[in-house]
Design a protein around this ligand. Structure first.
Ligand code: GLN
Length: 509
């Protein structure tokens, strides 16, 4: 593998600033890697080769002209195909957005452009970000680079798989119930869901608006922090955006110090039903933090056991409302418009053909939960439990600075294993959902490989709203201690995807 691919984003940016590498060289290396392995991984839905190289050339010209470059200038990045990027199709993993090209950039995309990052392309996801495996994507699943027969997590499996396959040094994800953290967990990468309102949702295709939050995906904690500072901050175009300074996450990541920090292990997340290797690596990581000087306490959050059913009422209710706009009238797919069909018939056919099964399931569930006569029993009750979950967090954060748990109950499962069993699929987000319901900051960091299957395990850290820096303090302390123990980054142990199928065929000739 080209050694450039293994370098961190921080290191690549420094090399570009110092003149050791050009942005064009770096960009070409990642484009060549995508070319070589993406037919196996399928992390990308679109690769924007020409525009990426054009941006890279512009960054190199800036440097030659002696202009100052920002902390990630010239570094390539992959963007989940839920964010609007002018000029490229934005599919949300759905057929219903066929041929749709946004006419404006999401605020986050604009910030990447303004900070001279090089957008490589758009990554695969579950349809409208609904799923935990990328298998509901209308364009076929993404494969986990650790084992191509396994899921890369979801919904943002494309972004995390691109990192784990060294197809990109950075990526953007979105997290409604775990779609940044669960893929990070099962691919051995870092994923951060900022505080709700910390990143702008403007131009991000809405799934469940009170839960959705875009965030950084990376291979190291410092890289995630650098990206966090580029994309976070107040945006007047998003009414839920918080108008406060961004927490000092880069400084926290560099300090990597948990001495004297009170860390709470959540009693309700873990134990029975969790894979033994997940439990083992999680417990070991807690010990690592204790050795690094943290004070470990056990805390109880009794309402977390209701988080999953609460989420699966509130989220579909919002989905049913947000997805009502895809009616074949204004943009995207239009089916059955033969000149004689009524508007209702065209809408029916378009929605019938354009949405996949999981999207339909959620639209129907959500419409039911909101319907008169059932509203109080379902949606209303779920909102009350949501408040109880937030209060559990408040009580826990009165006793400790962060909470920790496994990020997912199991390691990556096999493609196809859960796709016909929605409830089994939903269980993948058991640990991540409480933070979405409460809107606090939360992240997954690699903490080892499960002994039984050799697959990555994620360590979840949760912090109070606008205390995102604490995630990075813990993540960086853990990363420092564990990479020393492992003798290098966890991803160095991932099998190299060596050659593309085509290269193997060519070699045989
Ligand atoms: N897997 C969860 C779901 O299917 C989370 C999705 C997400 O965070 N976008 O709803």
């Amino acid at each position: 593998m080209n050694p450039v691919l293994r370098r961190t984003a921080a290191d690549l940016a420094a090399a570009i600033r110092s003149g050791e590498l050009t942005s064009v060289e770096v960009t070409e290396a990642f484009l060549a890697r995508i070319e070589a392995v993406d037919d196996q991984v399928h992390a990308f839905l679109a690769v924007d080769r020409d525009r990426a190289l054009e941006t890279a050339r512009r960054v190199d010209a800036k440097r030659s002209a002696g202009q100052a470059l920002g902390p990630l200038a010239g570094v390539p990045i992959a963007v989940k195909d839920l964010l609007s990027y002018e000029g490229l199709p934005t599919t949300a993993g759905s057929r219903i957005l066929e041929n749709y090209r946004p006419v404006y950039n999401a605020t986050i995309v604009q910030r990447l452009i303004d900070n001279d990052l090089v957008i490589l392309g758009k990554t695969n996801l579950d349809e409208f970000a609904m799923g935990s495996s990328t298998e509901t994507s209308a364009f076929g699943p993404t494969h986990n680079p650790w084992d191509l027969e396994r899921i890369p997590g979801g919904s943002g499996g494309g972004s995390s798989a691109a990192l784990a396959a060294f197809e990109a040094p950075l990526a953007i994800g979105t997290d409604t119930g775990g779609s940044i953290r669960q893929p990070a967990s099962v691919t051995g990468t870092v994923g951060v869901k900022p505080t709700y309102g910390g990143t702008s949702r403007y131009g991000v295709i809405a799934m469940a608006s009170s839960l959705d939050q875009p965030g950084p995906c990376a291979r190291t904690v410092e890289d995630a922090a650098l990206l966090h500072e580029v994309i976070c901050g107040h945006d007047p175009l998003d009414s839920t955006s918080i108008d406060q300074p961004v927490p000092p996450v880069v400084e926290a990541a560099r300090r990597a110090d948990v001495r004297g920090m009170r860390i709470g292990v959540v009693r309700e997340l873990g134990g029975e039903g969790y894979a033994p290797g997940v439990e083992q690596r999680f417990r070991e990581a807690v010990e690592v933090l204790r050795e690094a000087g943290a004070e470990i306490v056990e805390v109880s959050c009794p309402h977390f056991v209701y988080a999953l059913p609460t989420y699966y009422l509130i989220m579909p209710a919002e989905v049913s409302s947000n997805l009502a706009r895809y009616d074949g009238m204004r943009y995207g797919l239009r089916s059955g418009d033969d000149g004689s069909a009524s508007v209702e018939q065209v809408m029916n056919r378009t929605r019938g053909e354009g949405f996949g099964e999981e999207a339909k399931r959620r639209i129907i569930l959500g419409t039911y939960a909101l319907s008169s006569g059932y509203y109080d029993a379902y949606y209303g009750s779920a909102q009350k439990v949501r408040t109880l979950i937030s209060r559990d967090f408040e009580a826990a954060f009165a006793q400790c600075e962060v909470l920790v748990s496994p990020a997912t109950p199991t390691t990556a499962f096999k493609l196809g294993e859960r796709i016909d069993d929605p409830l089994a699929m939903y269980m993948a987000d058991l640990c991540t959902i409480p933070s979405n319901l409460a809107g606090n900051a939360s992240a997954s960091f690699p903490c080892g490989l499960a002994p039984e299957d050799g697959l990555p395990v994620g360590f979840q850290v949760m912090a109070p709203p606008m205390a995102d820096d604490r995630l990075y303090r813990v993540g960086a302390a853990l990363e420092r201690a564990l990479t020393a123990r492992w003798g290098g980054p966890l991803l160095d142990r991932a099998p190299d995807l060596t050659r593309s199928v085509q290269a193997l065929v060519d070699e045989e000739k």
